[in-house]
Design a protein around this ligand. Structure first.
Ligand SMILES: Nc1ncnc2c1ncn2[C@@H]1O[C@H](COP(=O)(O)OP(=O)(O)OP(=O)(O)O)[C@@H](O)[C@H]1O
Length: 253
């Protein structure tokens, strides 16, 4: 691929008898929103874990922004511009939106800020937090403790924390999980805006959201990529319909 930001070649990962990644190859182009879909247990989270360095593959190769990162520790990948927003919420409930984002900003730019100071008291951190809040539409909730946010707002905060390091790619693992209809609409609006700023790899079960947001989709079944293409191509792919979407599943944009 001409402008590939993330290239995964023949990744294999086995857990005992389970082959969670099977000769998995994947290309994410710079600037696109690429969705990774597949049935439960297909190996989506295992794939993401190997991309961000939480799990090492048994074999295969991962190249990110022109560098081989296959065996690189997670923190180095983060320094190179890989950010992950977790399926399980990772914000500090007792801290406010502003404080959570201050910590994230400080963690990502530790070298340029005085990290022994309370995060919110550093003027440079305070200044960087304002656009970080605006980016995820949380300015009006700045001084609200995270515990009092709605589920959707917590997701926004989580994404804001992942973006604090100005990543080149954002890995979103099931952001719609547990989201009500109102929150889902807000989240779609947010992701639609973010995809103009950062390359996104989205793992998601909500097919409506996937087909609305993705530029390209890769379908995983039993750890293997069985198809990769535009939403239109995936919708029409006979193998995908048979293995995953089902002939009767109405998948409309
Ligand atoms: N640490 C582990 N130890 C043993 N088996 C594991 C481990 N992690 C994942 N697996 C197995 O690997 C397979 C792929 O799991 P994974 O969580 O990657 O799938 P998934 O596509 O993300 O599923 P879901 O959509 O349900 O989140 C499953 O059979 C799972 O039980």
């Amino acid at each position: 691929m001409a402008d590939s930001l993330l290239s995964v070649q023949s990744l294999n990962k086995r857990f005992g008898a389970v082959q969670a990644s099977r000769d998995l190859s994947l290309e994410v182009a710079r600037g696109e929103l690429h969705a990774l879909i597949g049935p439960n247990g297909a190996g989506k989270t295992t794939a993401i874990n190997q991309l961000c360095g939480e799990t090492l593959p048994d074999s295969g190769q991962i190249v990110f922004d022109g560098r081989r990162i296959t065996r690189m520790p997670a923190y180095r990948r983060a320094q190179l511009g890989m950010a992950r927003s977790y399926q399980i919420t990772s914000v500090f409930d007792q801290l406010t939106v502003r404080e959570n984002l201050s910590l994230a900003v400080q963690a990502h730019h530790g070298h340029s800020f005085r990290f022994w100071r309370k995060a919110g008291s550093d003027p440079a951190v305070r200044q960087a937090v304002l656009p970080a809040m605006a980016r995820v539409d949380l300015e009006s909730r700045a001084d609200v403790p995270a515990a009092s946010l709605s589920h959707g707002e917590k997701r926004q905060l989580e994404v804001g924390m992942a973006l604090a390091g100005r990543p080149k790619i954002l890995l979103l693992d099931e952001p719609y999980a547990g989201m009500g209809p109102g929150g889902a609409v807000e989240l779609t609006r947010l992701i639609q805006r973010l995809k103009t700023e950062v390359t996104i790899l989205l793992v998601e079960h909500d097919m409506g959201a996937v087909f609305r947001l993705a530029d390209r989709i890769t379908v995983l079944v039993y750890g293997q990529a069985i198809a990769s293409g535009t939403p239109g191509e995936i919708r029409e792919d006979a193998q995908v319909r048979k293995a995953y979407l089902g002939d009767e599943t109405p998948v409309r944009p």
